[in-house]
Design a protein around this ligand. Sequence first.
Ligand SMILES: [Zn+2]
Length: 306
Amino acid sequence: MNVDQLVAIDTHTHAEVSCWNPFDNYGEEYDRAADKYFGSNRRPTIDETVAYYRERKIGLVMFTVDSEAKLGRRRIPNEEIAEAAKKNADMMICFASIDPHKGRMGAREARRLIEEHGIKGFKFHPTVQDFLPYDKMAWPIYEVIAEHKMPAIFHSGHSGIGSGMRCGGGLRLQNSNPMLLEDVAMDFPDIQIVVAHPSWPWQDEALSLALHKPNVWIDLSGWSPKYFPPQLVQYANTLLKDRMLFGSDFPLITPDRWMADFEEAGFKDKVKPGILKGNAMRLLGLGQPAAAGACPASGRSAAAAG
Ligand SMILES: [Zn+2]
């Protein structure tokens, strides 16, 4: 990434449709329920998303969610996103998603994606992937991630997917309690774990975990900052300012809206550059943010945290 040219790095964007595979309409009832819940049915292609971000000079991390075992729907190929990231290497990074039910075969895929496709991290969704984060089933994939010292994003908190469906679509919210990541954080200190979203109804669990385990980060995606719980803003302004990350959850929320609301949500000016870009640079190994200016302490604190 050419970070000097970017105004921000969005660490949480979704690939929604594949241009390589024909649309798989299996389980479309989940889409319709989600459209209703989110009040939107926008599903841009990968190229459309990248063009949107390029226009705004915002870098992006993009991934899909492989939930083939639980939902029975063919995933978007990780390779398709990786290829887009390669073509747009100045502003885009690809994380891979591998259903933990794939076990050792999934671990082989993880290794191949890292070595041959330039994958820089991984995304998990314990609710739609129907697994507990500390389940040994996922260990083979975690081992590969740890070996490469890469970040892994875990969805946390409520899920719009399944909301309002009979039996919640068979999906368990409880799998996405961030405290379930504690054993993963302890057994894999070389994985940088990103707890995605304000973790409602478990916001305090996420903050406690991040305060206690220095390899735990929080991305602020999925909600307008206007609605963030006050304690999340409080810790972003103080003890956790070096481990909070801008993320939108595009296309659910646009970076335009997120960044406009961020300005009004009570964040101190001195922590904003770190949240918007500097912290993501350290997480993604893109170098240290410039020491001059509004965020002089971030480099020092990061070293102390390790
Ligand atoms: Zn998301």
